[in-house]
Design a protein around this ligand. Structure first.
Ligand code: HEC
Length: 168
């Protein structure tokens, strides 16, 4: 009985730690990505005076809603990759962005920051629905509890049955 209880507790602890890994702690922001956020949102002005990206773009990892002239850039790192973004931010092939950055080029360092920020923002664990996570977490804890109780309960039943059999 004690060993069954003990193994039940172990199972529960392992399951809980698995669950924690599943819930995923958001990865830490690198220094470059932090600089990228500040540039993107305009907290830090571009060296050559270009406009903050947020005036035309949103990114879901930032709570503030950006302008809607340009597309949402949450998944753009997945679509274009590091090289694609490097090319876009260097040659600025879009007619809307070109007049703003053509004569106010984004520096290499700024580009690196923006790209690592966009890479960070594209990670699925950043964009998961927190409410849904909480629900899943609660459901999983409940399921584990049921399994745990059934382990103890099964023992108790068999214990009762054993004494009944003995009596018979
Ligand atoms: C004046 C508004 C404006 C500003 C400011 C601006 N953009 Fe854009 N951007 C656009 C528009 C509009 C498009 C879409 C062009 C198209 O699809 O023809 C675009 C497209 C892009 C794309 C390509 C998206 C895709 O899905 O292919 C990237 C990447 C991008 N912008 C990054 C940035 C970054 C980084 C900044 C800040 C340095 C920035 N933009 C600033 C308007 C802007």
């Amino acid at each position: 009985m004690i060993s069954k209880l003990f193994s039940g507790i172990i199972i529960m602890l392992v399951a809980l730690s698995e669950l924690n890994a599943f819930a995923g702690v958001p990865p830490a922001l690198s220094e470059a990505a932090t600089a990228g956020i500040r540039l993107f949102t305009g907290q830090k002005p571009f060296e050559n005076g270009g406009a903050a990206c947020i005036s035309c773009h949103s990114v879901n990892s930032i709570k503030a809603v950006g302008g809607s002239l340009g597309p949402n850039l949450t998944a753009v790192y997945k679509q274009l990759g590091k090289n694609g973004l490097n090319i876009v931010l260097k040659s600025i092939p879009f007619p809307t962005m070109k007049p703003i950055y053509q004569n106010r080029p984004i520096t290499e360092k700024e580009k690196t920051g923006l790209i690592s920020f966009l890479r960070y923002s594209s990670k699925p664990e950043i964009n998961r629905n927190k409410g849904q996570d909480l629900f899943m977490y609660a459901a999983a804890v409940f399921a584990i509890l049921i399994i745990f109780m059934s382990i103890i309960w099964r023992n108790r039943l068999s214990g009762v049955r054993r004494t009944l059999i003995k009596k018979a």
